[in-house]
Design a binder for this molecule. Structure first.
Ligand SMILES: Cc1ncc(COP(=O)(O)O)c(C=O)c1O
Length: 367
């Protein structure tokens, strides 16, 4: 019998994947966590030019300087954060940025505070790093600084903040973000701020903890904003002492992010941004259709202010997701996102409007 490490073998495969695997072929997929639109044409053109022009070799580990300079401007413009290109690393998706941050920051005995319910990777990656993922129960689907404060101990090394959030669609307020940043200062831990949904906000504003503290790694990606999930292009910003350590992990697991995807991301970030606003308006319209359909069926659902998920409270999320799957609608049981998500299911509205309407038709009596 082969023996594998506990920190890997104890991880369950993502509940999201399980749902896909159980689905019938004519199912309507409300399980997806990615925009259903293509990558903008000018971004694809830049990538094709890059291939023809021979940008097919390793790049500097941190990423091409043109992209890091563009990201430095982006952080100032969009996030009110002043970071030099040397304080930015380009990674293979936000996923790699989360992984290298946790690898460099967490060791056995360290706690990582993760929002519960929260994005599936946080707990898994904390464990892979050898740490303990400590659930912070959300309050009305929000990360409440007072509840975070109650969970802080001498072992707390990292707090993960994700606004707008997956799976809840919550947008944390400026006051909440500032209070979380103050906790990081007072107790000397690091916030990993996952901001991949920053441009999909329908109410409220996006606020980065890095406005208030240097104890922070800001993680983002081209994935959701520019419909580039398959390109695997993310990035992080942090103070030089972080970057110095992160480089070591990135160097040996990845060497550099994909060279062509870096040029594509440069075109995306420096090019026209209208598509992003169009996507946001499109998602908002779909959100409203899905929400009113659910409410007409008597389903209890808070209005998500961001991202592209609704997270209705249905009682037994596992049973509801299974019922939905039988009716040909794929959703994700809330338990996939943590113990405190068990009464919910997640439905993505990054799916066509007509599909959402058809899915609502099929959902009757599924609750
Ligand atoms: C909150 C959150 N962070 C990170 C990711 C992963 O992003 P990427 O595809 O850039 O690795 C996702 C993907 O669903 C996500 O929802």
């Amino acid at each position: 019998m082969r023996s594998f490490t506990d920190r890997v073998s104890e991880i369950d495969i993502s509940g999201i994947r399980k749902m896909f695997e159980a689905a019938g072929t004519d199912s309507i997929n409300l399980g997806l966590g990615e925009p259903d639109v293509p990558t903008p044409a000018h971004v694809c053109d830049a990538a094709m030019d890059a291939i023809r022009e021979g940008h097919t070799r390793y790049t500097p580990g941190a990423g091409i300087i043109e992209l890091r300079s563009a990201l430095s401007e982006k952080f100032l413009r969009d996030n009110n954060i002043s970071v030099s290109p040397d304080e930015i690393m380009v990674t293979s998706g936000a996923s790699e940025a989360l992984h290298i941050s946790l690898q460099a920051l967490v060791e056995p005995g360290d706690d990582v505070l993760v929002p519960d319910p929260g994005f599936v990777s946080y707990t898994a990656l904390s464990r892979i790093a050898g740490g303990r993922a400590v659930s912070v129960p959300l309050s009305n689907l929000r990360l409440d600084p007072d509840i975070v404060a109650e969970q802080i101990t001498r072992n707390t090394k990292v707090l993960i903040v994700n606004s707008p959030s997956n799976p809840c669609g919550t947008v944390q307020s400026r006051k909440e973000i500032q209070a979380l940043a103050e906790l990081a200062e007072d107790h000397d831990f690091t916030i990993i701020s996952d901001e991949v949904y920053e441009f999909f906000i329908y109410k409220g504003e996006h606020v980065s903890p890095a406005e208030f503290t240097d104890n922070v790694v800001t993680v983002n990606a081209a994935s959701k904003t520019y419909a580039m999930t398959g390109w695997r292009l993310g990035y992080l910003a942090a103070r030089p002492e972080y970057i110095e350590q992160f480089h070591k992990v990135h160097q040996y697991v990845q060497a550099c992010a994909n060279s062509v995807a870096q040029i594509a991301a440069l075109a995306a970030i420096t090019g026209p941004q209208e598509r992003v606003a169009e996507m946001r308006d499109m998602f908002k319209k779909r959100r409203d259709i899905l929400l009113s359909g659910l409410r007409e069926m008597g389903v209890e659902c808070m209005t998500p202010a961001g991202a592209f998920y609704v997270f209705p409270r249905v009682g037994d999320g596992d049973r509801t997701a299974a019922n939905m799957a039988e009716r040909g609608v794929i959703t994700v049981p809330g338990s996939a996102f943590g113990t405190y998500g068990a009464e919910h299911v997640r439905m993505s509205y990054a799916t066509g409007e007509a599909e959402i309407v058809r899915a609502l038709d099929r959902m009757h009596e599924g609750f």
